[in-house]
Design a protein around this ligand. Structure first.
Ligand code: BES
Ligand code: MN
Ligand code: ZN
Length: 509
């Protein structure tokens, strides 16, 4: 997908389709109004026909005659009163998916009239174009539904061209990172092994100019990662403990650690899962995929901050050497863990990853994991859960994440949950029963972060979706890449912090 900018008169732009926005039950505005006027009011006519009510993403397709564009697609931004800039990503995403399926190759996109941050507007438009065109047909020889759109032209007349340019550069990097995370997650576990994940991370390191260190089993053992390795021992696939490093502010001692669960397949181990929907457990490395993908964009956008990405990658299999319920393992910080249920493996690999983040000198930690089914019961697919040990750090995360459109709902930490995780014969056990399953899991992780400000994101309900939407294919969503990057940007340069997470100086194209 190529994203271009044109400051020409919209009515003269040659494209296979021209996309214009409207708010529900409102007259056309700005570029949309101008175009409508040149077309004898056919767009306004179509909108008053009653075919659409103007719910977000609803659209009407109109064919034109004698124009440099064959079609006009009017797409609703929903109610004006609830408009948020991130909805522009859904606006473009819907247009690309609808038109792309109809073999439309080149799309010109009009923006709503300028208001607020123009670069943020443009960033969301580019993000939506790239994420909307995500290709899920990689394994099909003759795909029926590959999206045809390869070119987007953003109409910038009436906008500040440099703002639009830098916004688009940011949105393209972000959208590509989201799609990278989705591709890694979508790839089935026979291909996306821990070894392959490490190779993908190495490719990212090479192209984005990051440092990389991959600890194999022997090195992980020397580091004392008994908890991580206890999950890996049931599989014939060698585990990989992946570390990506970006030093954007060498003069600072601050180090942000992004930690992601990298279970490339979760059978449950000896506490094996039922067959139904087990295939979805190829997505159990979504947190790790998001870390690798976010690091790739960090390397490209070059914010002034030090970031380390940590991904413990392994399968959770019931092989002959697998951990058995009742086994006791020792994590890097010396804490012993009684493994009650081998299906609560995410917390076991994260325990050592969080210890390692501290060993590397992390001063702030965020982890993301498809950690608990209980999270899906609590919040469904509408929001991720978030638990922190430091409300100031939590607030910084929420403030950065909110404008991205990704949702995070804070859940509490109480000492009670830690009590629930105490074992009779070891320091901890790895399950605390059914009550508050998401929060006992978080309380378990908390035992490995020490006093470093930390926030845990349970993305079990948001990392992948069973249904497509107008703007997004079904399957992996790329959550939490957008929040990771917005957080990095907000810390990277407070003075130039951008509402959409971009930083002014770094984004010139
Ligand atoms: N990967 C699963 C959690 C999960 C479930 C993610 C459904 C996405 C969709 C995790 O490893 C797991 O199995 N958790 C167990 C923990 C339990 C044994 C304490 C769960 O939630 O059932
Ligand atoms: Mn599991
Ligand atoms: Zn799992």
């Amino acid at each position: 997908m190529q994203v271009y900018i044109s400051a020409d008169e919209p009515i003269g732009v040659s494209a296979d389709a021209l996309v214009v926005p409207f708010f529900s039950e409102s007259p056309l505005e700005g570029v949309a109004k101008e175009i409508d006027a040149s077309l004898d009011g056919i767009i306004a006519d179509a909108l008053t026909s009653g075919d659409v009510r103007g719910k977000l993403g609803e659209h009407v397709l109109i064919y034109t005659k004698g124009q440099p564009f064959r079609r006009v697609l009017a797409v609703s931004l929903g109610d004006r009163s609830t408009f948020q800039p991130y909805l522009l990503a859904r606006y473009t995403g819907s247009a690309v998916r609808y038109l792309g399926r109809r073999n439309v190759e080149k799309i010109a996109i009009a923006l709503p009239p300028p208001s607020g941050d123009q670069a943020a507007f443009a960033s969301f438009v580019a993000e939506g174009a790239i994420t909307g065109s995500f290709d899920t047909t990689l394994y099909q020889e003759h795909p029926e539904r590959r999206l045809a759109t390869s070119e987007i032209v953003v109409l910038s007349k009436g906008f500040d061209a440099t703002e639009i340019e830098r916004g688009i550069a940011h949105g393209v990097a972000l959208g590509e990172a989201v799609n990278l995370a989705r591709r890694l997650a979508l790839t089935p576990a026979n291909d996306m092994t821990p070894t392959r994940m490490a190779e993908e991370a190495a490719k990212v390191a090479e192209t984005a100019g990051l440092g990389i260190d991959v600890l194999d089993e022997a090195r992980a053992a020397r580091e004392g990662m008994g908890s991580f390795l206890s999950v890996a021992q049931g599989s014939v696939q060698p585990p990989k403990f992946i570390v990506l490093r970006y030093d954007g502010d060498p003069s600072s001692k601050e180090l942000l650690a992004l930690v992601g669960k990298g279970i490339t397949f979760d059978t449950g181990g000896i506490s094996i899962k039922p067959a139904e929907k087990m295939e979805d457990m190829k997505y159990d490395m979504s947190g790790g995929a998001a870390v690798i993908a976010a690091m790739s964009a960090v390397g490209k956008l070059k914010p002034k901050i030090n970031v380390v990405g940590i991904v413990p990658a392994t399968e959770n299999m019931p092989g002959g050497k697998a951990t058995k319920p009742g086994d006791i393992v020792t994590a890097m910080n010396g804490k012993t863990i009684e493994v009650i249920n081998t299906d609560a493996e995410g917390r076991l690999i994260l325990a050592d990853a969080l210890c390692y983040a501290n060993k590397l000198g992390a001063t702030k930690i965020v982890d993301a994991a498809t950690l608990t089914g209980a999270c899906v019961i609590a919040l469904g697919h509408a929001s991720s859960a978030a638990v922190t040990n430091d409300d100031t750090w939590g607030a910084a995360f929420f403030a950065a994440a909110k404008p991205t459109g990704e949702r995070y709902w804070q859940m509490p930490y109480y000492e009670d949950y830690t009590q629930q995780m105490k074992s009779d014969i070891a320091d901890l056990k790895n399950t605390g029963g059914r009550p508050a399953g998401t929060l006992t899991a978080a309380a378990f992780l908390r035992e490995f972060v020490g006093s470093t400000p930390w926030i845990h994101l349970d993305i079990a309900g948001t990392a992948y979706l069973e249904n497509e939407s107008a703007w997004q294919a079904k399957g992996p969503t790329g959550v939490p890449v957008r929040a990771f990057l917005a957080l990095v940007a907000s810390l990277g340069d407070q003075s130039k912090a951008h509402p959409n997470g971009a930083r002014a100086a770094e984004l010139r194209v």
